[in-house]
Design a protein around this ligand. Structure first.
Ligand code: FES
Length: 110
């Protein structure tokens, strides 16, 4: 895998239905594995900047444990209030059994 992608975990280290919090250039990122693939999103709820890593996965969504908003892991879009803004998503590639992440700071919430 060529730059800008960097390895963040082996695929087998993250069971389906679970996520891992990784540090990427000083930023906390959630790398989640679901039945539909691997996703990476910022570890920050768009509602009150609460860590999403305190929450849990719900299929292809991550649920904030503070007020319950869920976000689509693929798009970052919130699925219900109180959050109304999306969270940032990161590009992922799978190669050689590893999860590679593009650490380029993604477009922030629109
Ligand atoms: S801080 Fe996440 S829903 Fe309120």
């Amino acid at each position: 895998m060529e730059k800008p992608f960097v390895p963040v975990a082996f695929v087998e280290e993250i069971p389906i239905g679970q996520f891992r919090k990784v540090d990427v250039d000083g930023r906390s990122v959630i790398v989640a594995r679901t039945a539909n693939g691997v996703f990476a999103v910022e570890d920050l709820c768009s509602h009150e900047d609460y860590p999403l890593s305190y929450g849990c996965l719900d299929g292809d969504r991550i649920k904030c444990s503070l007020h319950g908003s869920r976000f689509n892991l693929a798009t970052g879009e919130p699925l219900e209030e109180p959050a109304t803004a999306p969270i940032a998503t990161y590009r992922i590639e799978i190669a050689d059994g590893r999860i590679w992440l593009d650490p380029t700071v993604p477009d922030k919430r629109s």
